[in-house]
Ligand binder design. Structure first.
Ligand code: NAI
Ligand code: MG
Length: 354
């Protein structure tokens, strides 16, 4: 079993280091780790945020454990050299079109949510975000206009793209509460009209799943008002990015939520995928031991489950994390004083009790 570790920039290496300690503690046989440069770190060393050797390493692995990329010192670089292109490039090159972002309340954390505790307690949702299309990958550029320089980005989705993410979402909903909410802006966007019509088509193959459609502005409002109404959400790249950050604040902190990015390629024990926290490189707290490593550790659990078929070990990690949060081991993001390393230590000692 091969895992490519791409820690990246800012807090990426700090939180990934804690996930690697957890991985080491599991002492899995036949596991080989490869470490690669990505993001601003890779740009500085190789002149490119996603060097060919990193991409080759990622391709050769069964799974990728990813930290985060992004560095404000790169803000003046042309777009194709900016660190964020590394994660977009990996998603595109590796065909990772389905991004699963679970958000569920942790017992004992309700009072730290931005929501009322009884509302926060009800959160148990999965955002299935399309990851290879939308404005992130459409044509874009700058042109002159009567109003000065004008930036433009094009948003598009074709039926095949919507169908394949819809299949993932309906299957996920079947394994959860059998309710799927498709989020779009079909009252305004042509992209969303095709999106909605295609979702309705795919729904015919999943008669057991209760399907609803919601405009994204309403979805954002419902997410803070009544998040418990959502079971599985399927949406495009941009809306999914925004709604999942929002879901993290409902749970308590962006430092808590993990994600899996999957494509079609199968590995010996599961599906090839990239696993990363939903947060970015957080330059404001980088290098200070303030980053919450829980999202990275839970990303590792998703990796073990989806790509390596190690359900039991994934469960241990998840229970260890729940345990330390229940014990009140909180970093600054949750109003506590535990450092990144303290949280890692606590997770490791919980694991020992399993
Ligand atoms: P961010 O997610 O890095 O940070 C947002 C806020 O949440 C900051 O106040 C940060 O301190 C806090 N935060 C994030 N992760 C945390 C953690 N584990 N523990 C405690 N607090 C945490 O988003 P931001 O500031 O918009 O972007 C910073 C950089 O990251 C940019 O360059 C951006 O492009 C990049 N980015 C990269 C992503 C990726 O690699 N997949 C995803 C999102 C942003
Ligand atoms: Mg985001």
């Amino acid at each position: 079993m091969k895992i490519a570790v791409l820690a990246g920039d800012g807090i990426g290496p700090e939180v990934t280091a804690q996930a690697l300690r957890v991985l080491e503690a599991l002492a899995l046989p036949d596991l080989v780790l490869f470490e690669g440069d990505v993001g601003a770190a890779a740009y500085r060393r190789h002149g490119h945020p996603l060097p060919p050797e990193t991409l080759a390493m990622a391709r050769a692995a069964d799974a990728i454990l990813f930290g985060a990329v992004g560095d404000f010192s790169c803000d003046d670089l042309p777009r194709h050299l900016r660190p964020e292109q590394a994660i977009l490039g990996l998603r595109a090159e590796l065909g990772l079109f389905a991004n699963l972002r679970p958000a569920a309340g942790f017992p004992g954390l309700e009072h730290l949510s931005s929501l009322k505790p009884e509302v926060a307690r009800s959160i148990d949702l999965l955002v299935v975000r399309e990851l290879n299309g939308d404005v992130y990958f459409g044509d874009k550029g700058e042109r002159e206009s009567a109003g000065g320089r004008e930036g433009w980005d094009s948003m598009s989705y074709n039926e095949a793209e919507v169908r394949r993410i819809a299949e993932v979402a309906f299957r996920a909903a079947m394994g959860r509460g059998k309710r799927l909410c498709s989020v779009d802006k079909a009252n305004v966007l042509e992209t969303s009209r095709i999106w909605r019509e295609t979702i309705i088509e795919v729904a015919k193959d999943y008669p057991e799943v209760e399907l609803e459609h919601m405009y994204v502005d309403n979805a954002a409002m419902q997410m803070v008002k009544e998040p418990g109404r959502f079971d599985t959400i399927v949406t495009g790249n941009l809306f999914g990015d925004i709604l999942s950050d929002q879901a993290s604040a409902c749970v308590g902190s962006i430092g808590l939520l993990a994600s899996a990015s999957l494509g079609e390629r199968q590995t010996e024990h599961g599906t090839f995928g990239l696993y990363e926290p939903i947060h970015g490189s957080a330059p404001d707290i980088a290098g200070q031991g303030k980053a919450n490593p829980v999202a990275a550790v839970l990303s590792l659990a998703m990796l073990l489950r989806h790509s390596l078929g190690l359900e039991q070990q994934a469960g241990w990690i998840e229970r260890a994390v729940e345990g330390i949060l229940d014990d009140g081991v909180f970093g600054g993001d949750l109003g506590g004083s535990a450092s990144t390393g303290d949280i890692g230590d606590a997770i490791l000692s919980k694991l020992q009790t399993m």
